[in-house]
Ligand binder design. Sequence first.
Ligand code: BGC
Length: 380
Amino acid sequence: MPNLPSEIGHVEDAEVARLVQSSVRLIVELQDKSGAYPASPTFSAYRGYCWFRDGAFIADGVSSAGEVESANRFFDWCSGVLEARADVVSRIVTAEANGNPVPDRDMLPTRFTLAGGDGDDDWWDFQLDGYGTWLWAVTEHSRRHKVSLDRWRYAIELTVDYLASSWSRPCFDWWEENPGEVHVSTLGCIAAGMNAISDTGILGEKRAALAKATALSASQFVLDRGLTNGHLAKWVGSEDVDASLLAAVYPLQAVEPTSAIGLSTIEEIDRQLNVGGGVHRYLADTFFGGGQWPLLSCMLGLAFEAAGFHDRALEQLNWAGATVNDNGWMPEQVPGHLLDASRRQEWIDRWGPVANPLLWTHAMYVRLAVELGLAGEDAP
Ligand code: BGC
């Protein structure tokens, strides 16, 4: 296991609690009246859109800090999006059952306008992970705060049917790349979501069994085909790692953090992708030059904590906290250590400066601080 000495300066607990509070405030203030969380309010390519992936983690983060109503409203938004597309889901499920699956372009998008529409801009749209993650997040929220799942039942049913029919299809990954592959972190999100929801009692017997069976199939598929050198692989057949795999370990726990696979996944990502606390997405990343993502630093922190490496988790929190700017905003990535500096400018020319604030970053900071008991007195 990782045994780097802890060189990080001491960050006052009160400072952490202040950043938690301002992060929660920022997220709640920027939440749209529809319930959608904008990924980043100002960044040219994300403005006006909400992702199921980002949103589910954001809702989980603020829920962990006690913001019950904000998370409820996000899940209401998810429900609205899904219910409005019940016919699309039914078409996809029927086509799959008839052995004639719909093309990728007819699958559900990965992001929607804040009002819940499809949006007009081209995007790398077909991604399955967010649908699993929302099922997981809504279940966690319901357990954590004893909120009934009733109002989201229909949308949950639609999601179960959608994922049960299509879970093993290749799709874009978390980073909206590599559409021809089956991504292990995507399978982790699906397995976690389907497993979580199957145990809640919100589904009828038949659908609960379908959700459970899908979770088991996806998990078994990962064990059979999603490993390399004893740890989770970036995609089926890849020998690389990707920091998105951390979420499958914790908080989603598709893989037990203290299992051999969990520990060696954490260790490999730490070894390959963590530079002084800042975590890269994957080694070949060139997006904005391939910088370090504070939200992934927090995910590594969460995995460290779950695996029993408390000091390492604290280091991760402190590194992420240091990326905050004078406005109190935390970015998508920072350029202190770039994997390919020659590729940075082209993205700035194309889309402008890196997204800042990125709400998902703030949410992961909150989630890790809560897990470490550093969120301040008001948090549960
Ligand atoms: C990332 C996605 C993310 C989106 C919005 C993209 O650059 O690759 O993972 O969902 O930004 O934050």
